[in-house]
Ligand binder design. Structure first.
Ligand code: ADP
Ligand code: MG
Length: 206
């Protein structure tokens, strides 16, 4: 993939966040403050505007722009968390104008580490990481098994969706949903859900 391909995918992500705005907000409403869909749609709309003319730049610059825009345009925790994820991916892709599946997996690894550092969170706390971590693990396995990039992404999407299901079974110990603790059981995490949508857009673009 080149810079243009990636800018197109970011545009698709923005459309998807707009489309899922109400649903993500309902999910957040059930366990926290009901703004996740609004945050993601607003953040990615700003991201789309800021990235559409970066076709001549390297992929690192595009990811850094996405990250900084999400941090500044979105209040709450998801903006800075996803923003950190994209900024970390931007460091991996600095000065690169092409991206292959190995680069993508390096970006995802850096993104996961960024979220864990920024959120002081780990797997199993009912956050976006419950989809991000299994998705990365399964994609790395699929890559090691010699599967095609498309099959690697397919394995990631499957694991991310299973991660969303897993979040229904546990209580939140990080973020606003942790205020209601055990009462968050039975509800799926909004951030794990939005991450799954973003990964689905990458898969569909492949
Ligand atoms: P806020 O919680 O500030 O209202 P959002 O509603 O936009 O922000 O985002 C909530 C989502 O952010 C949660 O569903 C969860 O996935 C994620 N999240 C919150 N806190 C953390 C954290 N410390 N680490 C990782 N993810 C987190
Ligand atoms: Mg919220």
């Amino acid at each position: 993939m080149n810079t243009d391909n990636i800018i197109k995918i970011i545009g698709k992500m923005a459309c998807r966040m707009e489309k899922e705005k109400l649903f993500l907000t309902e999910l957040d409403n059930a366990i926290a403050d009901g703004d996740h869909g609004i945050n993601m749609a607003k953040g990615f709309a700003a991201v789309q505007t800021k990235t559409e003319n970066l076709g001549e730049k390297d992929i690192g610059t595009v990811f850094k722009t996405v990250g900084m825009t999400l941090v500044s345009a979105v209040g709450g925790s998801a903006g800075p968390l996803y923003g950190t994820a994209f900024m970390r991916a931007g460091m991996v892709e600095a000065n690169k104008t092409e991206m292959d599946i190995n680069d993508f997996l390096s970006c995802m690894k850096a993104a996961n580490e960024g979220v864990m550092m920024r959120g002081k969170s780990v797997y199993g706390e009912k956050t976006m990481l419950d989809s991000m971590i299994p998705a990365l693990n399964e994609m790395e396995k699929a890559k090691a098994d010699g599967l095609s990039p498309k099959a690697v992404l397919e394995a990631g999407v499957k694991a991310a969706r299973e991660g969303v299901e897993y979040t229904k079974t546990i209580a939140a110990t990080k973020g606003r949903a942790s205020y209601i603790g055990e009462r968050s059981i039975g509800h799926q995490d909004p951030g794990a859900t939005s991450f799954t949508y973003l990964l689905e857009e990458i898969y569909q673009a492949l």
